[in-house]
Design a protein around this ligand. Sequence first.
Ligand code: NCD
Ligand code: ZN
Length: 360
Amino acid sequence: MSTHSPTQTPNRLVIRQPDDWHVHVRDGEMLNEVVNFTARQFARAIIMPNLANPVTTAEAAENYRTRILGALDTHMDTHLEFTPLMTCYLTDTIDPKEIEGGFTRGIFTACKLYPANATTNSSHGVTDIQNIYSVLETMQRIRMPLLVHGEVTDKHIDIFDREAVFIDRILSKIVADFPGLKIVFEHITTKDAVDFVQAGNAQIAATITPHHLVYNRSAIFEGGIRPHLYCLPIAKREVHRLALRAAATSGSPKFFLGTDSAPHTVENKQSGCGCAGVFNAPFAIESYAKTFEEEDALDKLEGFASEYGPQFYGLPLNPRKIILKRTEVEVPKTLKIMDTQIIPFHAEETLPWRFAGFED
Ligand code: NCD
Ligand code: ZN
């Protein structure tokens, strides 16, 4: 009889509390409903500025931060300690002094580049990268990170090619012209992006969402059209999903967690022209844990979720630890939000890990 026992999978994981380096928490009633899903799991989050009225000034960011803090359920959950990290939405005419002032005063953590009309609420975005060259110079000098939605918006470019074409036409040029600029290539979806980031210097990193690790573009059309899997950048072929999984679980500090949780009401998703966005905040860390376990890389989860992000941003690591328990969790079919519903990512699926609070 062999004395060799099969590899034991752990039943409990304790990792440093993660941060979410890319999230949409919206505003108004929706903000009050959705932000606590993020705040329950994550210590800090980079808050996307693409509100209907985009956040383009330090004053607007301060006010938005106050509204976010006001929406936290601190009376319900005494463990809730959450720091929103604010970003500035870049426009063609934004003043570099506003950005520098906001960054120096600790209001802005980073700037977000949306190519005009690339995604939800991006009509005020940048129409030509040359228009923000003086802003990028300032950001390079003050070491302020640039967060990039990396898709070209040219309708003649196939939607599945827009990220790769963005690398060739725009990102390569930014990197060449601003070698000292800190850049986060957000929610990457292609092998091209993985390769580009890997080959780059230490100034460039990327975030990877839970959903782009889980499904490919065929899944969006499996048995019919599945609007809740539609997000931007859209999921690509299987070869790209596999490259993302390899990158996320590689232990490279260039790849870290950013959920891109982007809630839209069920009416706005299930429509003749449905909105882009996956609402993954409710079970975000559980989703990543499942993927990392499938890749036999649970030992790499903490770096990806809790260490490489703060290291890139030059922020301290979170002192608290969270517990993940191997307990099946049923993801609800819908979540009642406002007077309607939002369909969460993994709806009606069972996930093997459950977020189980903090270690004492
Ligand atoms: C985001 C949203 O709804 O704000 N949607 C999405 O599909 N990810 C915008 C974005 O990040 O592209
Ligand atoms: Zn986003």
